[in-house]
Write a protein that binds this ligand. Sequence first.
Ligand code: IVH
Length: 685
Amino acid sequence: MAEMAEIREPKDRHEAEAAIRQLTDEIRYHDWHYYVLDSPVISDAEYDQLLARLRDLEQRFPDLRDPDSPTQRVSGQVRPELGTVRHPSPMLSLKSAYQEDEVRNFDKNCRQELGRQRVEYVAEPKYDGLAVELIYRNGRLEVASTRGDGQVGEDVTANVKTIREVVPVLITAPGEMIPSYLIVRGEVYMRKDEFQRLNRQRAEAGESLFANPRNAAAGSLRQLDSAITARRPLHIFFYEIIQVEGVSFTTHWEVLNILPRWGLKTDLAHVQLCSSLEEALLYHRQLEKIRDELEYDLDGVVFKVNQLSDRERLGFRTRDPRWALAYKFTPRQMTSRIRAIRVQVGRTGLLTPVAELDPVHIGGVEVKSASLHNQSEIERKDIRIGDRVLVERAGDVIPYVVKPIKEERNGSEQVFHFPETCPVCGAAVVMSEDKKAAMCTGMTCPAQIKKRIVHFASKRGMDIEGLGEKMAEQLVDQGLVRRLSSIYQLRRQDLLALERMGEKSTDNLLRAISASKSQPLDRFLYALGIPLVGEHLARVLAENFAGLDELMAASRDDLDRIREIGPAVANSIASFLANPDNRAVIEEMRQAGLSLPNPHFKRKAAGRLPLSGRTFVFTGKLERWTREQAKAVVESLGGRVTERVSADTDYLVAGPGAGSKLDEAKRRGIQIISEDELVRLIKER
Ligand code: IVH
């Protein structure tokens, strides 16, 4: 199969005929991958585009339309080994809309047909799973089938019975009716976390991976051996009643609320009754915003006319009902081709393989590269250079390669070999045993330094405006900055000589650099880029150590004892601070005038000694000890003794004859204690 065929705009009938044939073949090929193999080779959005193109051509050349055209029927094929079931009424699909005006059109048509100002809709998630139909006779599950080609589906009764959320017999509450005959439809799905777990297990067992939860659900349900299905974590939401005897309803909303009482789960937490289109549109926006937080995948929402009598009046088209519409979310997956794989060096020296792609638009953004995470992932997914791949971009996440489309390989694809030396500085690369991390060992690797500078100067770090990526690049390339501390040695004439640096921007940058010297300790610790230490842990460190000296003097065990710091982090901090190069850089910065105030230090939390972090001042006469003895006692218990009362003083120990220090302490509201109280304090702690 070629890449998504470039079908030119047909010039004449002859060309249109050829284009229709090509599109039809292509769509059938994709249907087969999707429905039979549970392994699509293009994204849903691309499939919809093909179908839309075919529909357009058929509209322009109606006589060329084949009665069996994919536009005329519900796609899908059956796995004959499963046995087949003819649907009592065909399982149709839903018309899809990607734009708001298409949705407004749908509403307008409904209103016109019904002669109504406003139509009530039920808005539901459009689950990205596998549609099933269940038939209950006299309350007993008789048969369950997949959609198949819409007329005939696969018999998956035994498999569906293994799903814990499916009741084999409808529940009857005392005094309530259950239908004597019921055809109900729903979606079988797998939760996102369960899908991840299943794929991890499959990777460990050397089995092929599912591309997404939908394929995993479909693959699991369409097993010949129900014992396999039973081991897969499948769930179901019911969303439509097709036929019911013995009970009647007037609205779809009632249906969704009654089904759970019979034991048929509906998604009541997420469905919504909307009194107008505007409400339904709002629902779409809100659900799209939180889609990542939901347990399951959804690719849009479905709007359904609520009144069942209205539905009857609206009726059906060939493939889909006129009373419902799927309003899709912005697509997140597209296919592209890997032109090359390059390796990026991060600030800590971590090397990340990145795929360079033929540019594609995903969710309104042009994507030219995508993360491949690490060597282990590349091997697990068997990604090769030249592969056609499925790329996903979701929200703020960096685009990544979901899977290669192996069916489209032509033999020219190449296996990627991770470089043994750093592509930037040439130093040796060390790879972890599990192949999940590769590090550049170069101490002076320019790529690392540039990234470290940018991080150091970032808004949440030392906040040096004007020192972004471009500037860091110039500073390193011109040899002006070789280590972080050189930032504080930059001279006016050095900066003026750089590209695009005038007097004003130079002065601004120097001023920003100078201002950063009084940033607090926690920002500095974050800005240093100690592996595993983010903003939060930097703050925890600042809360636990009075200053940088105290932190640098701390042992691995001291760090490990802090509640929020685990052994790995303790190890990372201790090794970073023990490294002579890092110590030299830090010392140079302090020489340059970094003051590193620490407003976050929580005296009580610090250290292990009873008086750690506390400052004492003595005044007046002591009875029990001499001043020297008292000072030695306090210091041996971790406290500090100073001569003068200041903002840092925690306690003034006052004996008879206290003078001006007592007044000063009172003025400042500092706690004043007697010698006896000091003894009690020591014993208490
Ligand atoms: S109602 C006659 N409701 O969408 C209308 N379908 O293209 C029957 N789907 O494969 C469909 N969520 O599996 C309906 N809340 C929902 C749905 C839903 C997902 C799927 C369904 C079918 C496809 C229709």
